[in-house]
Design a protein around this ligand. Structure first.
Ligand code: ADE
Length: 237
């Protein structure tokens, strides 16, 4: 998958996505990540990318033109353009699964007070990672690219690691344990030591339901996510 980020601070995305599983996915060619800095698309001596907001107020607003030019350079027919903003649709695992099917994602990261509203129609989707305000879209892009990359076939050695996990079946995941069998007086639950796969699956299911009901009653109420009927519910266009 090709991913490009339009950002004034490429290092905020490049550095965290150079480590661990995503770092390896980049080295192995599963993810081809590129950056465009709106500053490189300015024409004035000071390479200006922001200005004061019309109507007054604190902070600076990113200007539309450098972002537009960066996007124009990178956008192709099959690109899906995502504008990161706390005003956007809330990101979740269902959306990650949809985005993982795309050939080319382009993330537009606002910084300071945001970007001139007139760039919004250039995006296919306005996306938020949660109800809080970050310093910019960059940490949000990192979260989304991370969640999508691990769903690209081949990135995780065992593809079924993404099947049983938290959210995929509409439930939080059952807890995990590793050696030692007793740690500071706490024992690993008996069913996990039984070697009986049916028993283990039942124990995991019931712990997942219990945990979801306790900490995420909203998810429990929604029930398991069903496959959309053919041609019916499409999350993205
Ligand atoms: N930019 C600032 N805060 C954000 C958020 N919560 N999600 C996406 N982009 C953002």
């Amino acid at each position: 998958m090709r991913v490009d980020a339009v950002t004034l601070f490429p290092g905020m995305i490049d550095a965290p996505l150079s480590e661990s599983i995503v770092g390896r996915a980049r080295e192995e060619g599963f993810l081809d990540l590129g950056f465009l800095n709106p500053r490189d698309f300015t024409e004035d001596r000071h390479r200006t990318v922001d200005d004061k907001p019309y109507g007054g107020g604190t902070g600076m607003v990113m200007m539309a033109e450098p972002v537009y030019r960066a996007l124009k350079k990178v956008r192709r027919k099959n690109s899906f353009v995502i504008l990161l903003t706390p005003k956007g649709r809330r990101f979740d695992q269902g959306l990650a699964l949809e985005l993982a099917k795309k050939k080319h994602l382009v993330f537009i990261c606002g910084h300071y007070e945001g970007i001139d509203e007139r760039v919004t129609p250039l995006a296919d989707l306005e996306l938020s990672i949660g109800d809080y305000v970050l310093t910019g879209g960059e940490p949000a892009a990192v979260a989304v690219i991370d969640a999508v990359t691990r769903l690209i076939p081949g990135v995780l050695k065992k593809d079924d690691a993404t099947v049983n996990e938290t959210f995929t079946g509409g439930l939080l995941e059952a807890p995990h344990y590793t050696r030692p069998g007793v740690w500071r007086g706490q024992k690993v639950p008996e069913p996990l030591l039984s070697g009986n796969h049916k028993l283990i699956a039942e124990w995991r299911r019931s712990r997942a339901e219990e945990l979801t009901g306790k900490t995420r009653p909203d998810l429990a109420a929604r029930g398991p996510e069903r496959k959309p009927a053919r041609g019916k519910k499409r999350i993205l266009k």
